[in-house]
Ligand binder design. Structure first.
Ligand code: FOL
Length: 220
């Protein structure tokens, strides 16, 4: 079986900063967060998938407000070294103890195990698999050939950051990304892939006095 395609989703400052002291470096980007929620939740129109999967590290899981955890209408897969590997329920077996109920997250010990789980759970349904951080998990995902796409929200500001996205997609200096085969796609291609018709405006968005723009990068 072929590996499921992976899409990394991230919001980053001009210097590719993504986090500060266990939380997000900025405040008040509500519509940006709603974009994240819509895009990760929306299943492709052509798919039979009940839901997409979101893969995250344990620290990112901890950073989500408890009332939003697990992220609703998505299979939440959390990577933690203290996990004992689990397998998704297969249609031929009846093992309710290992099934993810709608209100719980799955814990796995590695990115590889997360991919395996997402793949088995979604086999053939067309469900999408998103990697939503943090930096260590993005880094491991980017080493994987299945990581085909980055949905970047480029925040046109600087904030104190102590964690950075491990691939340099800066507007000016993205030679590193280009050399590794990463190309920025058009706004039309982003709209088509995400299904976002209204929200992806030319010239970007502004919220709480902060400008930002939605981008899609793909690896050739
Ligand atoms: N990608 C983008 N574009 N923006 C982000 O803020 C972002 N954040 C993370 C990963 N990728 C991102 C990791 N951090 C929630 C909280 C923190 C978080 C990711 C998600 C969260 O609570 N999400 C809810 C939305 C709640 C709301 O509507 O305010 C969800 O249902 O997705």
């Amino acid at each position: 079986m072929t590996a499921p395609e992976l899409t990394l989703i991230v919001a980053a400052t001009r210097s590719m900063g993504i986090g500060f002291q266990g939380t997000m470096p900025w405040k008040g980007l509500k519509r940006e967060m709603q974009y994240f929620a819509r895009v990760t939740t929306r299943v492709p129109a052509s798919s039979q998938a009940p839901q997409n999967a979101v893969i995250m590290g344990r620290k990112t899981w901890d950073s989500i407000p408890p009332k939003f955890r697990p992220l609703k209408n998505r299979l939440n897969i959390v990577i933690t070294r203290s996990a004992t590997p689990s397998h998704p329920p297969s249609s031929s077996s009846s093992a309710p103890s290992s099934s993810p109920s709608a209100s719980t997250e799955i814990r796995v010990p590695s990115v590889e195990a997360a991919l395996q789980y997402a793949h088995e759970a979604s086999a053939g349904t067309g469900a999408r698999v998103f990697v939503m951080g943090g930096a260590q998990i993005y880094e491991a995902a980017l080493r994987h050939p299945a990581a085909k796409r980055v949905l970047l929200t480029r925040i046109d500001a600087e904030f104190d950051c102590d964690v950075f996205f491990p691939l340099d997609l800066r507007a000016d200096g993205s030679e590193e990304a280009a050399a590794k085969g990463w190309r920025k796609r058009s706004r039309e291609e982003l709209k088509r892939w995400t299904g976002e018709e209204e929200e992806v405006e030319e010239g970007g968005q502004e919220e709480a006095g902060i400008k930002y723009e939605f981008e899609m990068w793909e690896r050739e």
